[in-house]
Design a protein around this ligand. Structure first.
Ligand code: NAD
Length: 258
C-alpha cells in the first residue's frame, strides 16, 4: 500500500490551485507525508499570503520563501529543513520559467539573456536543489522533477523551454547516477499539457490541449491529481527500483505517430 507516513517532503512550485505542485502536495498529504512548502516571494508579499491560505488545510510544518535565483534563499530553505526536520526524504522540483516572448515565434530569435534565464531557473535549479538535498537525505530519498514532451520533440512555440527540458532530463540521469549509491532516486514525470499559469505563457497551449484530447489513446489530457498520484508512487517504496527515468503521464499521447 502507498504509505508515506513519517516521510518529510519538500514541495516547490505551488503558485495557485491550478499548479501541478498543488496536485502533488495534496496526494503526498493524503498518503501521510509531512509537508514543507516553498513559494516564490514577491515584493508585496501577495504570493506568500495566497499560497499560505491555499496550503493551510495540508498543515505544512515548514513554509519558506525560495527563489531559486537567490543562493541565500536556497541555503536558508535547506537550513530550515535541517533545523526543523533533521532529515529530508522527498524533494519535489516543480518549477520553470521562460520569458513570454521566448515562448512564441522563431526559436532562432531567442536572446542570450532569455536563454540563460530559462535554463537557470528551469534546469540548473534541479541540480542546485538536489545538491542541497543530498546531505539531508541520510536514509535515502526520492527527487522528482516535472518535464514535458517538448524536451524530446520540437513542439510549436515551446522553443527555449524545450531545450531547458532536454537539459533537465539529462540532469535527471546524471543526478541518478551520482546519488544512486546513497539510495537517492531521481526521476522525472513528463506530464501532458495542463492549463496552469506557466503553460498559459506558451503560445497556442489551448490548441495543443485540444489536439491531445483528439489524438491521445485516452482521448483526453491529464489532471494535476493524476500527476500527483504518480509523484506519490515515485516517492514511495513501491518505486524503490526506479531511478533515472522519465515517466510519461500524458494519457498515452507520447506513443502516437501523429
Ligand atoms: P505553475 O505556474 O503553477 O508553476 C510554476 C512554478 O514555478 C510557480 O509556482 C512559480 O512560482 C515557480 N517559479 C518560477 N520562477 C521561480 C523561481 N525563480 N524560483 C522558484 N520558483 C519559481 O505551472 P505548472 O504548469 O504547474 O508548472 C510546474 C512544472 O510542471 C514546470 O516545470 C512545468 O514546466 C512542468 N510541466 C507543466 C505542464 C503543463 O502543461 N502545465 C506539462 C508538463 C510539465
Amino acid at each position: 500500500m502507498l504509505n508515506l507516513t513519517g516521510k518529510n517532503a519538500l514541495v516547490t512550485g505551488i503558485a495557485n490551485n491550478r499548479s501541478i505542485a498543488w496536485g502533488i502536495a495534496q496526494q503526498l498529504h493524503k498518503a501521510g507525508a509531512n509537508l514543507g512548502i516553498t513559494y516564490l516571494p514577491d515584493e508585496r508579499g501577495k504570493m506568500e499570503k495566497k499560497v499560505a491560505e491555499l496550503v493551510e488545510p495540508l498543515n505544512p510544518s515548514l513554509f519558506v520563501p525560495c527563489n531559486v535565483q537567490d543562493d541565500e534563499q536556497v541555503k536558508s530553505t535547506f537550513e530550515a529543513v535541517q533545523n526543523q526536520w533533521g532529515r529530508l526524504d522527498i524533494l519535489i522540483h516543480c518549477l520553470a520559467f521562460a520569458n513570454r516572448e521566448d515562448l512564441t515565434g522563431g526559436f532562432s530569435q531567442t536572446s542570450r539573456s532569455g536563454f540563460k534565464t530559462a535554463l537557470e531557473i528551469s534546469t540548473y535549479s534541479l541540480v542546485q536543489l538536489s545538491g542541497a538535498a543530498k546531505p539531508l537525505m541520510t536514509e535515502g530519498g526520492s527527487i522528482i522533477t516535472l518535464t514535458y514532451l517538448g524536451g524530446v520533440r520540437a513542439i510549436p512555440n515551446y522553443n527555449v523551454m524545450g531545450v531547458a527540458k532536454a537539459g533537465l532530463e539529462a540532469s535527471v540521469r546524471y543526478l541518478a547516477a551520482e546519488l544512486g549509491p546513497d539510495n537517492i532516486r531521481v526521476n522525472a514525470i513528463s506530464a501532458g499539457p495542463i492549463r496552469t499559469l506557466a503553460s498559459s505563457a506558451v503560445g497556442g497551449i489551448l490548441d495543443m490541449i485540444h489536439h491531445v484530447e483528439e489524438v491521445a489513446p485516452l482521448r483526453r489530457t491529464v489532471t494535476q491529481q493524476e500527476v500527483g498520484n504518480t509523484a506519490a508512487f515515485l516517492s514511495s517504496d513501491l518505486a524503490s527500483g526506479i531511478t533515472g527515468q522519465v515517466l510519461y503521464v500524458d494519457a498515452g499521447y507520447e506513443i502516437m505517430g501523429m
